[in-house]
Design a protein around this ligand. Structure first.
Ligand SMILES: [Zn+2]
Length: 195
């Protein structure tokens, strides 16, 4: 695989207006010896880098049914999702995936292998989904979920899914069930890119 220069180039949405080290205003420019726009403190010189965030989740299966959660928060309020969320500092992707499953569905799971790795550059995210076996039908959805429920494979609410990474992960899962082989899928969800 050949590394190519980015085909898009835009300043990330500003995470902060003021320097977290000295409290003075930040300026947006390309620092010397760099090639990207950064938030730079004019007073103390601190460069505030922004980097993609990891989203970690699972494909939880219970007796040939998929566990989905209906979101109680924006974005995509009321839409269905696989249990997933932002990784926390100090945890592994696997630990984060299990934590999110506990928080959003209250489900007991046995984590399986890594299944999808999805670059989402326009959202500045990378998503990781693990396969998982649900250990019991008891669910205790947390405050981020309106409800949690099991769906037959024929009844997945495709038009009501929250995110493309969820849709494509489920599409891969259903296709792989035909062969019984579940390799890691790594792919990119392209744009739209901000103007
Ligand atoms: Zn500063």
């Amino acid at each position: 695989m050949t590394l190519q220069a980015p085909t898009f180039y835009f300043p990330a949405p500003r995470a902060q207006k003021f320097c977290s080290q000295c409290g003075n205003p930040l300026s947006l420019y390309i620092p010397p010896d760099d090639n990207r726009l950064r938030d730079v403190c004019d007073t103390c010189g601190a460069v505030h880098y922004q980097n993609p965030r990891n989203v970690v989740g699972v494909v939880p299966v219970w007796q040939d049914r998929i566990l989905l959660c209906r979101r109680a928060i924006e974005p995509r309020y009321d839409k269905w999702t696989l249990p997933a969320g932002f990784m926390e500092l100090g945890e592994t992707t696997a630990e984060g995936a299990m934590r999110e499953t506990q928080e959003e569905a209250g489900a007991q799971i046995e984590l399986g292998p890594l299944y999808t790795v999805i670059d989402v550059p326009h959202a500045e995210q990378v998503h990781f989904f693990y396969l998982a076996e649900v250990q019991s039908a008891e669910l205790y959805p947390g405050p981020e979920s309106l409800e949690a429920a099991f769906f037959d494979l024929d009844d997945i609410p495709w038009s009501e899914l929250a995110f493309r990474t969820v849709t494509t992960t489920l599409e891969h899962y259903l296709a792989d069930r035909q062969t019984g082989v579940f390799p890691v899928h790594h792919y990119v969800i392209p744009g739209p890119f901000p103007k």
